[in-house]
Design a protein around this ligand. Structure first.
Ligand code: IMP
Length: 441
């Protein structure tokens, strides 16, 4: 069977902890979208692994797959694999031949396009990893795919078509001095060698066929979504979004496994107990002004600084219309709520239960970001819960969670109409309380 893990909010919901927990029961862990914009931290026994491309499961002896829906920066891939090897691990990572490659010119263009957009406040605050420009080329049918790196003649042909266009864009439109990143010969040499390594290490696969053969044998596959529903290119707060589909439908299109198979499995939404956001755009429940101290407290306690960029994240109360939207879009069969410990000890705990917009009460997100930005949250207050020994709570199980926090969790579960499968009360693997294992459901 399959279990799909999806971010319910704006990314950074702590998906890695659940992928890590349930990935242990899977035979394969596959990513289906995004690239090295996705920071995930896996912690065990005090050891911390910060990854941005390699699927978290690969840290634990699982086969890790980067599906065709991913955009792959092979340099990041190799450096993460090399680092894991240096730390004594032996990750088995396979890359879809249909996945698109982030080329050096994509990263350069990401930076300059963001700068150009900032004059009109349209910059998304991207991670600068070249994600958007790579997906643009994919849709524009001028991308370089992983399979192309394996055949120098094909690679050369593709580069000779696309690189001069990119050079002209950089020089003539953006007026920058295009360097080696826009030089056909330099790029060809470097990427031909990358293709050699991918070949030598037998890393490339036909993802659908590869994953399908595991499923045919009765093995379990975990699909690891990156980013979150509200930064999905279709269902998110466009244009402040990433360029892929983190939502559960992406698990099918981004791997080559059919939607009926994905749908027969479980789809688990990962929810952070409050809201955090890297990047720009509106945020109706954001803690600003008089609430800035509260935001600072949550930011510090929750370690809310970007894994990839190190940027301090914006903080807000839980946005419940956002969660209702996520539940419908993904079809959650269950949820996991993280960072419940971070809210402990606060003087007040609130959620945005609904929005007011133009005299109307809304229970889900409007489809345009302009309207979302004008939404006033209707805040609902919860009884706060105090600090406790969360390691002990985790060891004792769900009933040991403070009563007020449990009331908060029950409320979330009711609003998204899905049962709680797990609660995160700390960053360590042992600090996730499991109520149900989706592979057993
Ligand atoms: P990009 O994915 O680098 O193109 O960035 C587009 C938007 O998605 C920006 O607002 C980023 O901050 C946001 N974003 C991308 N990846 C992540 C992530 O892993 N967590 C949270 N936000 C992300």
């Amino acid at each position: 069977m399959t279990v799909t893990i999806v971010g319910s909010q704006l990314g950074d919901e702590g998906k890695g902890a659940l992928v890590d927990l349930w990935g242990g029961d899977a035979d394969v862990v596959a990513r289906y979208q995004g690239g090295d914009n996705a920071g995930h931290t896996v912690v065990e026994g005090g050891d911390e692994y910060k990854l941005s491309l390699v699927p978290s499961g690969a840290v634990r002896d699982k086969v890790g797959v980067l599906g065709n829906g991913c955009v792959v920066n092979p340099k990041t891939l190799f450096s993460e694999i090399d680092e894991l090897r240096e730390r004594g691990l032996d990750p088995d990572v396979r890359v879809a031949r249909r996945a698109h490659v982030i080329m050096p010119y994509h990263r350069v263009l990401d930076g300059i396009e963001e700068e150009a957009k900032s004059d009109s406040d349209l910059d998304a605050g991207t991670t600068g990893r070249g994600i958007g420009p790579t997906y643009e080329d994919k849709a524009g049918r001028r991308g370089i795919r992983v399979g192309d790196l394996l055949d120098p003649d094909v690679l050369r042909d593709r580069l000779e078509y696309v690189v001069p266009q990119k050079r002209a864009l950089a020089e003539d439109v953006f007026g920058i001095d295009a360097g080696e990143a826009f030089d056909v010969d330099a790029v060809f040499e470097e990427y031909r060698e990358i293709g050699e390594r991918l070949k030598t290490e037998s890393m490339t696969v036909n993802a659908g066929e590869f994953l399908g053969s595991f499923l045919d044998d009765g093995d379990d596959v975990l699909f690891e979504g990156a980013q979150g529903t509200s930064i999905d290119i279709d269902h998110g707060i466009y244009p402040y979004v990433t360029s892929s589909n983190p939502t559960a439908g992406g698990a099918a299109t981004g791997t080559g496994i059919g939607p009926t198979v994905v749908g027969r499995g479980e789809v688990v939404g990962i929810v952070k107990a409050y809201l955090s956001r890297v990047g720009t755009g509106p945020l109706p429940t954001e803690l600003t002004g008089d609430d800035e101290d509260l935001a600072d407290e949550i930011r510090e306690k929750g370690g809310e600084f970007g894994t990839v960029t190190g940027r301090p994240r914006r903080i807000g109360w839980l946005d419940v219309p956002m969660l209702r939207h996520a539940s419908r879009t993904n079809g959650f069969t269950g949820i996991a709520v993280n960072h419940v410990d971070v809210l402990a000890g606060l003087d007040e705990v609130k959620v945005g239960h609904s929005y007011d917009l133009d005299g109307e009460e809304l229970f889900t997100m409007p489809a345009t970001t302009e309207r979302w930005g004008r939404c006033e949250p209707n805040l609902r207050e919860f009884e706060p819960w105090g600090e406790v020994d969360w390691t002990a709570v985790a060891a004792d199980g769900y009933d040991a969670i403070p009563e007020n926090a449990r009331a908060y969790l029950d409320y979330i579960s009711t609003e998204v109409d899905a049962p709680i499968y797990a609660v995160g009360v700390g960053p360590d693997r042992e600090e996730t309380i499991e109520l149900a294992n989706p592979f057993d459901e």
